[in-house]
Structure formats: structure tokens, C-alpha cells
Design a protein around this ligand. Structure first.
Ligand SMILES: [Zn+2]
Length: 72
């Protein structure tokens, strides 16, 4: 089994983990509903992409409501 060749000092560890932090998300604004969305993704609130309706939001909401009822 491999063994570490050198002792890792606390400074070594900290220098390595300095890059582990989460980056800030660059959120865009949906042109239709104005909510924050990720770029190159369908708006989850109104179901549009590039001003085009691609998701039937009403149908999806109905389905999730029915699924919630079934669970009870
Ligand atoms: Zn939207």
C-alpha cells in the first residue's frame, strides 16, 4: 500500500483546500416572469426557454399535486 512520502503540514493542507470554496452562481433573470434562472436552462417557474413555451407548467403542477395526494 502506498505511503505518504512527506509529512503534510497544516500550511500544505490549507493551501490545497483554499480552492474548495463554492463559487457564486451567475443567475440570469427570466424575461417572462422575472424570476432568477440559470443560463441555458428552462425557466422552472413559467416553463419558457428563449421566449418559447417548452414546458406545460399547468399539467406538471397538476401531476405533482396528484402525486402528493396519493402519498397521503
Ligand atoms: Zn419564467
Amino acid at each position: 500500500m502506498g505511503l505518504p512520502g512527506h509529512r503534510r503540514t497544516s500550511s500544505d493542507k490549507h493551501q490545497r483546500t483554499a480552492h474548495f470554496g463554492l463559487k457564486e452562481i451567475n443567475a440570469n433573470v427570466c424575461p417572462k416572469c422575472g424570476k432568477a434562472i440559470l443560463s441555458h436552462r428552462v425557466c422552472d417557474f413559467c416553463g419558457t426557454y428563449k421566449g418559447r413555451q417548452v414546458l406545460n407548467v399547468e399539467k406538471r403542477d397538476l401531476r405533482s399535486k396528484r402525486a402528493a395526494k396519493k402519498k397521503k
